[in-house]
Write a protein that binds this ligand. Structure first.
Ligand SMILES: Nc1ncnc2c1ncn2[C@@H]1O[C@H](COP(=O)(O)OP(=O)(O)OP(=O)(O)O)[C@@H](O)[C@H]1O
Ligand SMILES: O=C(O)c1ccc[n+]([C@@H]2O[C@H](COP(=O)([O-])O)[C@@H](O)[C@H]2O)c1
Length: 198
């Protein structure tokens, strides 16, 4: 589905609330750079997850905290979604590919999001538009691999060493990476009082 001039290496898009950003985000972003041979990973700051009742902390604060954590120029923070006024990933990716016609994108997410991916708005459009890299997360591996999306798109999964070809693959294509996991989450940080949310 992606079109245009695409000889440059792909950009990974890690969408999230980042409320706050933490070592788990950094860990999967670096793994994505390495495993999928990406040029960069962009942390796409969500104005608010449509499936979460509670709103996140103010965008500027989340961006500042994320930028303070990042320790490589190959990971960047993007406010594209807020600027575009989109809350839904399918719409955001349509706008993003239109705004950057020369780039090739890969959607990145944790296993918890694969488990409920079929509840996302126009979720099949996402799979038709970009390859998807999924990262194992403690406790979420089985639910993700048994999910509706994983079952329906079984044929499109790149397994084993073929996962490394994800960024060059034609959509629909997805890969599950379970090299190592980090047991850290924004909700645990908030619960421990390490971050005041919105
Ligand atoms: N430790 C982790 N391992 C793998 N993926 C992760 C990890 N932490 C976050 N992610 C993924 O990064 C993306 C953005 O995550 P998000 O900003 O919601 O953080 P979170 O820790 O999941 O937040 P919360 O605990 O509030 O749900 C999501 O796709 C999520 O699955
Ligand atoms: O488009 C949807 O319906 C949708 C539903 C749930 C989550 N998302 C996106 O998934 C990403 C991860 O969300 P979160 O809140 O788990 O960080 C973030 O970019 C959200 O906008 C998108």
């Amino acid at each position: 589905m992606q079109t245009g001039f695409q000889s440059r290496r792909a950009i990974g898009i890690l969408g999230g609330s980042f409320d706050p950003a933490h070592a788990g985000h950094l860990h999967i972003s670096k793994a994505a750079l390495r495993v999928f041979g990406l040029r960069e990973v962009w942390w796409l700051m969500s104005p608010g997850n449509p499936l979460k009742a509670r709103g996140p902390a103010e965008l500027g604060r989340r961006i500042a905290a994320a930028e303070a954590l990042i320790d490589t120029p190959r990971i960047k923070v993007s406010d594209f979604e807020a600027r575009a006024g989109s809350h839904y990933t399918a719409e955001t990716l349509a706008l993003l590919t239109r705004a950057y016609p020369r780039e090739r994108f890969v959607w990145l997410m944790g296993a918890d999001n694969l488990a409920q991916f079929h509840r996302w708005q126009n979720w099949e459009d996402i799979l038709a538009r970009v390859p998807v890299g999924v990262f194992a997360r403690p406790g979420d591996r089985q639910a993700a691999l048994n999910s509706k999306t994983a079952r329906i798109y079984r044929h499109a999964r790149l397994k084993g060493r073929r996962a490394r070809l994800l960024a060059q693959a034609e959509a629909p294509a997805w890969a599950f990476v379970s090299l190592s996991m980090r047991n850290v989450s924004s909700s645990a940080i908030r619960a421990a009082g390490g971050w005041q949310s919105g």
